[in-house]
Design a protein around this ligand. Structure first.
Ligand code: PMP
Length: 404
């Protein structure tokens, strides 16, 4: 009898995946050659499962800023923001984020996960109500637990169900906090934010949008879904991350809410952890400037997203409801998903194997994410491999040309 016996329910599925020759949890890159190529088991692979949406991880200006900061400030802050962990860069980044979003306040956290954990648990607590989309990211569910607030879930992306649940709450709906995501991380679908804002206003609730996957992706200025949907004025809080379009690690919360500064002393995931190393802050600041000034990155990203999504859909694969930098191909079952993931890897394509319980509706998915840095030729090469393997494994009925 061991302490981990309680998790033995996961033993058989994990062993089954390993027996099939695939173990996504032990994928180890021996080298990363660029935002779109890496070396895995001695083989060059196209990276189609990172969240490197703008391809900035190897941006020369970001690398230079980071290298200069590590020389000037050292490798780490060795302390929490509240103690010795606030350097000039941390506040400069907060000022830049507040300006970028046109908000009064911004707070930087050590990860995006902690931004949700610390932001949400600082905003609501015991006696408050937290209204969550059923497909919310784990960081939002964990924030709910940490907060102690009462959680009410509504059907994924369903404003009518949200309205129904708020009506049922009566007076408690006023002042409750609704949390949704800009782009959902598994399927790549977008929240119907305009409709949700109308419901939120009617109920007198607050709204937080997690723009982790939509910052730098959606909106004329790249601020995310709230900007794209034209509802920024009615979104009370925005959470985001530096680990995706900005190519680093870290997270943030921005808002116009009064007494925002109190969050810095009540948010435990902000207070009781070391702050981001100066090198990370420096590359993030530079990447944010690039995001603001280089609209071409978003144009290229959108073109790549359309190319991959349209290609997979036209072949006959089951994909999400619309094109997005995240495209999930729904597999008929877990065994097929594992087999295809393996075969794609053997053919030089790395993407994410996403299986229950981490997926919506317990689907088995091959989740891909494109970058502005992918070339159209790379996307076409991926599509050719998907077609060949789909035909080989009976997932597709006929080749593209025959169906055209
Ligand atoms: N929110 C969402 C919607 C996410 O998908 C993720 C990470 N995948 C996070 C928050 C956490 O961000 P990070 O990985 O930067 O901690």
């Amino acid at each position: 009898m061991g302490l981990l016996d309680k998790h033995l329910g996961y033993r058989a599925p994990l062993d089954g995946i390993r027996a099939a020759g695939a173990d996504p949890s032990s994928v180890r890159f021996d080298a990363v050659l660029s935002p779109t190529e890496g070396m895995l088991n001695g083989q060059k692979v196209i990276l189609l499962g990172t969240n490197n949406y703008l391809g900035l991880t190897f941006d020369p200006a970001c690398i230079e800023a980071s290298a200069a900061a590590v020389r000037q400030w050292g490798t780490g802050t060795t302390g929490s923001r509240f103690a010795n962990g606030t350097f000039a860069g941390h506040t400069a980044l907060e000022t830049s984020l507040a300006k970028f979003y046109g908000r009064k306040h911004a707070m930087v956290f050590t990860t995006g996960y902690q931004a949700n954990l610390g932001g949400i648990s600082g905003l609501v607590g015991r006696g408050d109500h937290l209204i969550l989309d059923a497909d919310s990211h784990a960081s939002i569910y964990d924030a709910a637990k940490l907060s102690g607030a009462e959680v009410i879930r509504f059907r994924h992306n369903d404003p009518e169900d949200l309205a129904k649940r708020l009506r049922r709450m009566g007076d408690a709906a006023k002042g409750s906090l609704i949390v949704v995501e800009g782009i959902y991380s598994m399927i790549g679908d977008v929240a119907p934010l305009k409709e949700m804002v109308a419901v939120k206003k009617e109920a007198g609730a607050y709204l937080l949008v997690d723009e982790a996957h939509s910052m730098g992706v959606l909106g004329e200025k790249g601020r995310g879904l709230a900007e794209a949907a034209g509802v920024e004025a009615d979104v009370d809080f925005i959470v985001g991350t530096f680990s995706k379009s900005l190519g680093a690690v870290g997270g943030f919360l921005v808002s116009d809410e009064d007494n925002f500064d109190l969050l810095r002393i009540v948010s435990r995931p902000y207070m009781f952890t070391a702050s981001l190393p100066p090198a990370v802050i420096a590359s993030t600041l530079t990447a944010l400037e690039r995001l603001e000034t280089d609209k071409d990155l978003r144009v290229r990203l959108a073109a790549n997203a359309d190319r991959l999504y349209d290609g997979l859909r036209d072949m006959g694969y089951a994909v999400g409801p619309h094109a997005s930098p995240i495209t999930a191909v729904v597999m008929p079952d877990q065994a097929t998903a594992v087999m295809m993931w393996n075969a794609l890897l053997a053919n030089g394509v790395y993407l994410n194997l996403a299986i229950p319980p981490a997926t919506p509706e317990n689907k088995s998915l091959l989740r891909s994410s494109v970058s502005a840095a992918h070339t159209p030729e790379q996307i076409d090469a991926v599509l050719d491999i998907f077609e060949r393997l789909g035909l080989e494994y009976g997932l597709l009925q006929r080749p593209r040309r025959a169906s055209a």
